[in-house]
Design a protein. Structure first.
Length: 113
């Protein structure tokens, strides 16, 4: 990824990285809703529940009353791992940027929902 991220997109990458580091989860994610509020989460793996960090961040936004998304970020230790952006499209519609970064927060790619 060669384009520099704007400060608001950099912020959600930092939040995603912090969520991952705080829990030791394989991935952390953060989203920014249409009002500029941010929500961060980490992967949840329980015997009866599995949610990706991105699914949980979007669910947090929805449960707080968000009606749309501006951007999302995922920080993962699995550089080859695929990021399912369907949940971002469900709330934000098509074309929402989803930034994917490695554990150090360096962006690897920018997907679109």
């Amino acid at each position: 990824m060669s384009d520099a991220l704007d400060p608001e997109d950099q912020k959600i990458l930092i939040l995603a990285r912090s969520a991952r580091a705080r829990t030791g989860a394989p991935a952390g994610a953060a989203v920014r809703d249409a009002d500029g509020r941010t929500y961060a989460a980490a992967d949840v793996v329980l015997p009866s529940l599995r949610l990706t960090a991105l699914q949980l961040a979007v669910a947090s936004a929805v449960s707080s009353g968000a009606t749309g998304l501006e951007a999302a970020a995922v920080v993962t230790g699995d550089a080859a791992g695929e990021v399912d952006t369907a949940v971002v499209s469900d709330l934000g519609g098509p074309g929402i940027p989803v930034y994917v970064a490695g554990p150090d927060g360096t962006p690897i790619s920018a997907l679109r929902s």
